[in-house]
Ligand binder design. Structure first.
Ligand code: SAH
Ligand code: SF4
Length: 362
């Protein structure tokens, strides 16, 4: 038995083990992927669940150094979908049996924004006879706002920690964005009863493989229900762009993202893991590759086509010229290639959440 095989047999993985797995190459890497896929099939099965992603506004009050729609980027044409447009996209998700949707936007903390989301949640629940599952990804908010949205029908929330290393976090954010607030938000979400998701960017400037191993341990320790993580992709209108020459090659970032997914599947067997869109920005089959080695959730973009170009968190975002209808057939075919079934009309909730909270799987 070689060193990697021995690690894959262990019950408890240490930081060194995780680092070794993330650095695996050649036959070792193949072995890692095979093991992750076996664990995925045994614990969450071969079904992939869809979350129709509605990027309803790129207006953001924050200034994350990596993000193309940060407040200070004056090159961005700002948009905000009307309620009717959002509800139309939600109806599309419902009519096409997506099971769930994700509402995502820049971060706005205001009473008007909180009220708007609360009303939209109720309307989406009503138009789908309570059948559409709803995930929110609207950044840091007060505990009270999280509670209101939960009551109005949202049951999952995605808030990436971006990196679990607080000093790296500070390097990629302005001084008034706090690692501690991000953590506090994640704790509130968990306490309120959301299925709580987090994630990190992979291949950030100053980031090491050891940081990534720590990120995986953070997810385990925090006992999250869902993870969405993908490669960092530079954007020329952002402050981090100046470190472009120090980054890992884009293919290495892509490959490391796949290994992160595989190792996480081994570490947290029954959580939901999303195949991030950023994978597809690098490789047209990126998400399908992720599904083969551990991911079980895909977030097809159902934002009306005309707005997609302006939600450029990073450059070369895929499918920006397509309409939601065009994405459908495309995904069906590709997932069949990845030996998966699509859980049409199902919420596909995190099994981990139900075990963690001792409640019944819906
Ligand atoms: N404003 C919300 C949700 C939208 S941003 C929030 O920040 O939580 C969603 C995610 O996009 C972020 O969490 C970040 O991880 C990712 N992102 C932003 N810029 C990126 C980049 N340049 N490359 C890869 N992912 C990026
Ligand atoms: Fe705004 Fe989110 Fe981008 Fe940060 S990552 S600038 S909060 S949209």
């Amino acid at each position: 038995m070689n060193e990697l095989e021995a690690i894959l047999q262990k019950e408890i993985l240490t930081r060194d083990d995780l680092t070794r797995l993330l650095k695996s190459e050649g036959v070792d890497r193949e072995m890692l992927f095979r093991k992750a896929n076996e664990i995925k099939l045994a614990h969450v099965g071969k079904k992939v669940y869809f979350r129709g992603l509605i990027e309803f506004s790129n207006i953001c009050s924050k200034d994350c150094y990596y993000c193309g729609i940060r407040n200070s980027n004056k090159q961005v044409k700002r948009y905000n979908l009307s309620d009717e447009e959002i509800l139309k996209a939600a109806r599309f998700a419902y009519d096409n049996n997506y099971g769930s949707l994700v509402l995502q936007s820049g971060e706005i903390e205001s009473e008007a924004f909180a009220n708007r989301i609360e009303d939209l949640l109720k309307e989406i629940k009503a138009l789908s006879a309570d059948k559409l599952g709803i995930t929110l990804s609207l950044g840091e908010q007060s505990e009270e706002v999280y509670r209101r949205w939960f009551k109005a029908g949202a049951h999952r929330y995605l808030l990436r920690i971006e990196t679990s290393n607080s000093s790296l976090y500070q390097k990629i954010h302005p001084d008034n964005h706090y690692f501690e607030s991000r953590l506090k938000s994640l704790r509130s979400l968990q306490e309120i009863g959301y299925q709580t998701g987090t994630g990190v960017m992979i291949g950030l400037p100053f980031q090491t493989v050891e940081h990534l191993a720590d990120d995986l341990l953070f997810m385990q320790k925090f006992n999250v229900d869902m993870v969405g993580m993908g490669p960092y992709i530079e954007h020329s209108d952002t402050p981090l762009f100046k470190y472009q020459s120090e980054l890992w090659d884009i293919n290495k970032r892509f490959d490391m993202a796949l290994k992160m997914i595989a190792v996480l599947r081994i570490l947290m067997k029954d959580i939901n893991i999303a195949a991030a869109t950023a994978l597809q920005a690098i490789d047209p089959m990126g998400r399908e590759k992720a599904v083969r080695i551990g991911a079980n959730v895909i977030m097809p973009n159902i934002t009306p086509g005309s707005y997609r170009n302006n939600y450029a968190l990073y450059q070369n975002k895929p499918c920006v010229d397509e309409e939601p209808e065009q994405c459908m057939g495309c995904l069906d075919a590709r997932l069949a290639i990845a030996d998966s079934e699509i859980g049409y009309g199902e919420w596909g909730d995190s099994k981990h959440f139900y075990k963690r909270t001792n409640s019944q799987l819906k």
